[in-house]
Design a protein. Structure first.
Length: 275
């Protein structure tokens, strides 16, 4: 069996555990349609890197869960690198279950109630997938940042049966400026509390040098959406301003711009050449 085929057959959790053990992070990019999803996969292929293709519940509200799952599964099947299909920010256990049954390998449920998380983890594990649990809330709209004692992290992981842990280090969702300052002393304490891969949400708000450092210190999954959306939208606006009227032309410009940003993040986080 070729190295490429062996890599492609690794489970998403195996990929993430390897990242945590070796001090790098897997880039997790949110997509909303064909062009943005292709940008993610094409970036990973160009960098020979494993990648996480994410669709959120907000994206499902817009485009439908079943069509997005089918799109992700198609791109995953044709990719030359490992593509982990992840459902991000499920707001209820019911939609999380629906995502897993639709083919998503991993799911993240908002909330920290172990009683809700355990059956979801069992369903994910039965299908060879994983559960990302929200140990702490990262600022998002009306949801305020929320921190717990790092010493409780291991107990929470055992109680929830989760595989990944999202933590709050000072980043924020949907923030267009890179002015967040990560708390690395806190990251050290959290990383020492569990061997599980840790997850950073709202990474577009973080200076790039700090993202690279976080990947070396235990963050194994880095969620990125806003920065790539800005790149995509900016390129589309430029193309429209230049007179393009064919959606294939202006959406293609957006796809290329988003791919370029995704490639840069993959390299920054240490994922290039890992597939």
């Amino acid at each position: 069996m070729s190295v490429a085929l062996r890599q492609a057959r690794r489970s998403g959790l195996e990929v993430l555990r390897a990242a945590r053990a070796d001090g790098y992070a897997i880039a997790a990019f949110n997509a909303v349609n064909l062009d943005t999803a292709q940008a993610v996969v094409q970036a990973a292929e160009a960098q020979r890197a494993p990648v996480i293709l994410q669709f959120s519940q907000n994206a499902a509200r817009h485009g439908g869960l079943a069509p997005l799952a089918a799109l992700g599964l198609s791109l995953k099947a044709d990719a030359g690198v490992p593509v982990i299909l992840h459902f991000d920010h499920a707001e209820t256990p019911e939609i999380a279950v629906q995502a897993l049954r639709s083919g998503f390998e991993g799911v993240m449920l908002e909330g920290d109630d172990p009683a809700l998380l355990r059956p979801l983890a069992a369903l994910a594990h039965a299908g060879g997938g994983y559960l990302e649990a929200e140990y702490e809330v990262v600022e998002k709209g009306e949801r305020r940042g929320e921190r717990h004692c790092p010493a409780r992290l291991g107990h929470f992981a055992q109680e929830s049966h989760c595989d990944l842990l999202a933590v709050d280090l000072g980043s924020a969702h949907k923030h267009e400026q890179k002015d967040a300052q990560l708390d690395f002393a806190r990251l050290d304490a959290l990383a020492q509390a569990t061997p599980l891969p840790l997850v950073l949400h709202g990474a577009s708000s973080v200076p790039e040098a700090q993202l690279a450092q976080a990947a070396r210190q235990g963050i194994a999954k880095v969620n990125l959406a806003t920065d790539l959306t800005l790149a995509f939208t900016g390129a589309v606006r430029t193309a429209l301003g230049g007179g393009d009227t064919d959606p294939r032309a202006y959406l293609g410009a957006g796809r290329r711009a988003m791919q370029a940003r995704a490639e840069a993040y993959i390299a920054l986080l240490g994922g290039a050449g890992r597939a």
